[in-house]
Design a protein around this ligand. Structure first.
Ligand SMILES: Cc1cc2nc3c(=O)[nH]c(=O)nc-3n(C[C@H](O)[C@H](O)[C@H](O)COP(=O)(O)OP(=O)(O)OC[C@H]3O[C@@H](n4cnc5c(N)ncnc54)[C@H](O)[C@@H]3O)c2cc1C
Length: 599
């Protein structure tokens, strides 16, 4: 990597020139870095807004799943079979499905060799189990924090190899040249938070032959979200230079706690907690589900099934299915403005509308499951203590004691199945730009649980392979680079200068604008979609984007990264709504993890 300084609009700015810049420090980014190094491309660097930020290092669930080719015992499997199953999920390209299956074993055993403790038997067989949409028991798990363990192993490798990391570098723009099919990324602009008080606002420029964009899902556009707080997303960077989106309509939503963000799947539901809602101030407690279920058997069964039918699924709403609960939680929280909680200290109460909960009213499947788990015990918390004590402990670690207090919940965004378009080497339509991991929209409509982690590892490996074979050259000299990028850098500098207003008393616009984006998406772009309202909502989204372009202001340079981030999220939310609008206009129906309202 060559380090120099350039001057743009009278400001001196550091310039780093290198073959490949990798943006992000999640499991996909770090695997891209490690793979490039292995394939002998060592002129690389990682730039990340926060080392260890993002979903991989900070999210997990009851049993966080990694979906891979079956490699043990007598379970027959083949890459073609696995590709077929990925393809069957819908809206997934067959060739990409085949790449994800063909390279699955290689990517998985790379993690094994780096020390991720995936369980194996004494003969070395990595035995699998069945996850959702998985006919063959391809799933494995290293526990509730599988992706964190992947981050840990990969980050150790990055450090050991001495790969350069630019920490606290928020990428605020990608640089491109050319037009149409010839358009190519040529670098990126960042704000180095540690230098933000300098005259150049901490601007740093990367002159790169290739950019691997591993910035994760667009978590920041959602109000209710189980993505970790440190994951915000940066799809707007790519959209702004003309990268095409893919399946932007498809995301996964489900029930999660909101004070500490954690999925409420598995045993959290199988122990059949009591659902209650209150008004905003915690008054007027009601067992709101009772009004919509005909008897306690159907209600208790729906709650139980939510354990392994976690994502909202419109096919599981009718006949008092488990996803009816998500709709009713949404109705309480979003439409009625109330708050919803799980209470593990008491069984569901009929309140005169239904009979009270008892084991007699459980269906056979639920009863047998609890019986086999020796968990036919008095209250939900006693059952949870028996079946999964760590599920209680993890809340204790975050100062929530579910043995005593209510747990506030909402229907939350968890994963983006869509994202940026890529080819079989994960290269986008903008040449030399490789969106990998969750940022790449390869995941189809009904992905088997755990396939996101597989896809992230395979995609980053494939991108590295391609770069190492085809795009190995050096970046252009400084002058040549500046000829391409000068005006784009000057535009960003001008925007930064224009938004700083030292007379501003507070940064309420920043807060309010993030809030407006999130409320719009959670009401109209999440798991309930409204054909009659979407056109109007899209108009409002664009009007807001243009308003922010002219009115954005912050009280000091310290807030510049947030200003850029809100612009990014605002563009992202408008484009996601556009995609949803187009789907609804073409009479697209409920599918995946959303319900299209139908009069
Ligand atoms: C609660 C939960 C449970 C899940 N369970 C499963 C599961 O069981 N199985 C499964 O397969 N998947 C699961 N997922 C999904 C999976 O964890 C993620 O898709 C995956 O970890 C994403 O990895 P990534 O490397 O693409 O992105 P991330 O790990 O999110 O990393 C993104 C990185 O980019 C950085 N970044 C973003 N923008 C910028 C910028 N502008 N400048 C600099 N840096 C930037 C972030 O700080 C971060 O380091 C789950 C997700 C959640 C939230």
């Amino acid at each position: 990597m060559n380090r120099s300084t350039i001057e743009v609009e009278g400001k001196k700015i550091p310039l780093h020139s290198l073959n490949t810049l990798i943006i992000g420090s999640g499991a996909a980014a770090l695997n891209a870095a490690v793979s490039l190094y292995k394939y002998d491309q060592k002129d690389i660097a990682v730039a990340t807004d926060l080392w260890g930020g993002g979903t991989s290092n900070n999210a997990g669930s009851d049993k966080q799943t990694y979906y891979k080719l079956s490699v043990s015992g007598d379970s027959p499997d083949s890459p073609l079979e696995m590709a077929r199953d990925l393809f069957k999920g819908g809206c997934m390209h067959g060739d990409i499905a085949l790449c994800e299956s063909m390279n699955s074993a290689q990517a998985f055993f790379n993690l094994v060799s780096l020390g991720v403790p995936f369980p194996h038997d004494r003969y070395g067989g990595y035995v699998g189990y069945k996850t959702d949409h998985d006919p063959r028991g391809r799933a494995t798990s290293a526990g509730p924090l599988t992706s964190h363990l992947m981050f840990k192993a990969l980050s150790k490798e990055v450090k050991e190899k001495g790969i350069t990391v630019f920490d606290k570098h928020e990428i605020i723009g990608l640089l491109s040249s050319g037009e149409g099919p010839e358009k190519s990324v040529v670098g990126a602009m960042a704000i180095d938070r540690s230098q933000i008080d300098k005259e150049n606002y901490g601007f740093v420029i990367f002159n790169a032959v290739n950019v691997v964009l591993a910035t994760g899902g667009p978590a920041g556009i959602y109000k209710t979200s189980v993505y970790p707080e440190s994951q915000v997303g940066s799809h707007g960077l790519a959209f702004a230079i003309g990268a095409i989106g893919n399946n932007l309509t498809e995301s996964q939503f489900g029930l999660a706690s909101i004070k500490f963000r954690w999925n409420l799947s598995g045993t959290y539901q199988q122990v059949i907690p009591r659902y209650v809602s209150t008004d905003k101030d915690g008054q007027d407690e009601r067992e709101f589900l009772n009004d919509y279920f005909p008897d306690m058997e159907k209600l208790a069964t729906a709650i139980f099934l939510k354990g392994y039918q976690w994502p909202f699924d419109p096919r599981k709403v009718l006949e008092y299915g488990s996803s009816l609960i998500d709709i009713l939680v949404y109705q309480e929280t979003v439409l009625k403005g109330r708050r919803v909680y799980l209470d593990y200290t008491q069984n569901p109460i009929g309140g005169g509308v239904l009979e009270d909960f008892s084991f007699e009213c459980l269906n056979k499947e639920a009863y047998d499951y609890l019986d086999k788990s020796d968990a036919l015990l008095g209250t939900p918390i006693e059952r949870l203590q028996k079946m999964n004590q760590p599920a209680i402990d993890i809340y204790k670690e975050h100062r929530i004691d579910i043995t005593k207090e209510y747990l506030e919940i909402a229907v939350c965004a968890q994963h983006n199945n869509g994202g940026l378009k890529g080819n079989i080497w994960w290269e986008s339509n903008v040449r030399h730009l490789f969106p990998v991991g969750e940022a790449n929209g390869t995941h189809g409509v009904y992905r088997p649980g755990g396939s996101a982690l597989n896809s992230g590892q395979v995609g980053s490996l494939r991108a590295a392979m391609y770069i190492a074979k085809r795009y190995m050259g050096d970046p252009p000299q400084d002058k040549e680079f500046l000829d391409l990028a000068h005006d784009q850098i000057a535009d960003k500098l001008a925007f930064a200068e224009s938004v700083i207003d030292s007379n501003l008393e507070n940064d309420s616009l920043l807060r309010e604008s993030r809030n407006e984006i999130q409320e719009r998406i959670t009401a109209y772009g999440a798991h309930i979609r409204e054909p009659n309202k979407i056109k109007d909502v899209i108009d409002k989204a664009w009007q807001f984007y243009h308003k922010l372009q002219s009115d954005m202001s912050v009280s000091s340079a310290k807030k510049l990264p947030d200003a850029f981030k809100n612009m990014d999220l605002c563009l992202t939310h408008a484009l996601y709504l556009e995609a949803i609008g187009e789907y609804l206009e073409k009479r697209g129906q409920s599918r995946g993890s959303y319900l299209v309202k139908n009069p």
